[in-house]
Structure formats: C-alpha cells, structure tokens
Design a protein around this ligand. Sequence first.
Ligand SMILES: NC(=O)c1ccc[n+]([C@@H]2O[C@H](COP(=O)([O-])OP(=O)(O)OC[C@H]3O[C@@H](n4cnc5c(N)ncnc54)[C@H](OP(=O)(O)O)[C@@H]3O)[C@@H](O)[C@H]2O)c1
Length: 318
Amino acid sequence: MRAALSTRYGGPEVLSVTNLPTPHPGPGQVRLRVHATTLSRTDCGSLRAHPFFIRASLGLLRPRNHILGLDFAGEVDAVGPDVTRFAPGMRVFGLSPDQYGAHADTLCLSQDAPIAEIPGSLAYADAVLCEGAWYAETYFDHFGLGQGQRILIYGASGAIGTAAVQLAKARGADVTAVVGTHHVPLARDLGADHVIDYETCDFTATGDTYDFVLDAVGKTSFFTCRPLLAPEGRYAATDLGAWWQNIWLSLWYQLRGSSRVRFPMPVADPAMIRRFAELMEQGRLRAVIDRSYPLERIAEAYAYVETARKTGIVVIEP
Ligand SMILES: NC(=O)c1ccc[n+]([C@@H]2O[C@H](COP(=O)([O-])OP(=O)(O)OC[C@H]3O[C@@H](n4cnc5c(N)ncnc54)[C@H](OP(=O)(O)O)[C@@H]3O)[C@@H](O)[C@H]2O)c1
C-alpha cells in the first residue's frame, strides 16, 4: 500500500510517501480502500507534537502511529473473521481517532470504530467532513443546544466552524456566524441566520446576547466574549487559548459547580457518524472543500493547512 509515513516529529519535511506491506484485516476488522481523507489542524499538531503535552498520548520521543489522518471515505475491500456489520463493496466513511492511519490508500479498522455507510451516491470527497463535525457536535451535546436557542459561532469558516453552523441549524438553533469579509456569502449559504463580518464590525458591540458562544478557531477568548453571554449563557472554544486558559477556566467553573466555560474532549461514537449520514442524506450537512491534493503532494497540503486560513476542509486523495 501507499502511505505518508512519519517516524519522527517535525514539519512536513519528515514525511515520506512510500510503499508498505498491505495489511490483512484481523478478527473483527474491516479493510478499506481509502479514496479520500483530510488534512486537519489535528494532523498538523500531531506531526509536530505541538503542544508538547500531546506526546503523552502520541509517543514521548517519537510517534507511535507512523501514518496520520483521521477522516476517511472509501470502499470495504476485505473483512476479517467475525465481521457482521460490513461486507466487501460497501461505501463507508468515518473517523479513526485512536490509531489515525487514513493518510494511506489502505486502512484496517475495527468494525466497531466510528464508521457508517455513505448515503446515496455522494462522492467520497464529499463524505470526509467528520472531524470538524465531530468536534462541533460534541460541544453542542455538552451545551445541550436545542430549538430556538441563540448561539454565536466565532470563526464559522474553518473545518469546525462550517460544520458547526450546519449542525446548530439542524438542531433548530438561531445561529449568528462571525467570519471575515470573503466568507460572508458562505456563512449565509450554510444557513446562518445572522452574519457578522469581523473585518468591518466589532462582534462584541452589537448589543445582542447569546445562550452559547463557540470560538471555533481559537481567535477570541472568554474574556472578550463574556459580555455577549446571557445570564446562564455558556462559552466553549476548540483551542486551548493563551496560557491554556480555556482548560483552567473550565476547571475553575466546574469547581464552582458551573458550566459557564466548557472544554470537552470529544469521544467518537458510531451513532454520531450515523447521525451525520442522515443529515448528509437530507441535505442538511455538507462538506465545504477548499482544495484537494494527491497523496504524493501531502507536504504541500501541510504547508497550506498550517497557514490556518483554509476554508472548510482540505482533501487528500490517496
Ligand atoms: N480541524 C480539527 O478537526 C481540529 C481538531 C481539534 C482542534 N482544532 C483546533 O480548532 C481550531 C479550528 O480548527 P479548524 O480546522 O476548524 O480551523 P481552520 O479550518 O484552520 O480555520 C481557518 C479559518 O479560520 C478563519 N480565521 C482566521 N483568522 C480568523 C479570525 N481572527 N477570526 C475569525 N476567523 C478567522 C479563516 O478565515 P479568514 O482568515 O478569512 O477569517 C479560515 O477560514 C484550531 O485552533 C485547531 O487547532 C481543530
């Protein structure tokens, strides 16, 4: 099989796209021919082991998983003994959060991993939206976001932000999206009820308040957003923030019995991926694709994603 391999931490220069022995599916495993994957900010952080503490889970001196990549869409091409949920030929998509491995043309996973069938005839590249959606949905589950509640999504143009707008609308929330000027049409198209252009307008000075504020790009802070929160309003961010403040604030409020600030760790679950499949089938959740790269050019893709200016997702086609 062909894979993007990294056996030490560093920038895109540590990657080599190389041939490896094709794995055989073990008991309870499915083997996929990967047709599309993404290159996310998580992959960038994992490649460089940044922030440093993630070495505790990735490997202290060098990475335990030599192939990154969490999101995948592809076709089941073989199954191991005792597999009951999948059969060769099925078109599936999902996440591989425990072992990564999707930056390759072949991936073996447990049939109990977060995998679901791709709805209808959706293209593989249009099905690799799970990682951003997974983060957004985890936050909304923690918020208990529901019908008619008001949410402000700061940075609604990235992988998490574009999914967050659509998932919040699917829950019946009233969504305000904060984006840069050239992303205003996109935010409207994704269904945001109100759009604020952060380049021409101070989003904290509108006089509105919200039940929830989600910083989806790690570019604002609880202290900036606090005046926007309704009395019982809650704040969450997808990034640690300066001095890891979002972790400390979340702990501080929890100790006081409050969930004013949340920093939940997402746990992937097959039911969540099936929910995304339903929404995709209903046309209520779609991937926003910035650009695509063949696996051979994955180093270029890293350089682009690390600019932190992409729109939605960057697709890799092994
Ligand atoms: N991707 C993941 O699955 C993942 C997982 C865990 C954590 N995270 C963290 O979550 C954050 C977001 O990840 P992501 O992948 O969704 O981000 P991303 O796709 O890299 O976000 C880029 C977007 O942010 C917008 N942006 C840049 N500066 C901004 C500003 N000052 N205000 C508002 N928007 C701004 C950019 O558009 P403009 O420049 O046009 O505004 C661009 O569309 C990152 O800090 C990342 O480390 C990501």
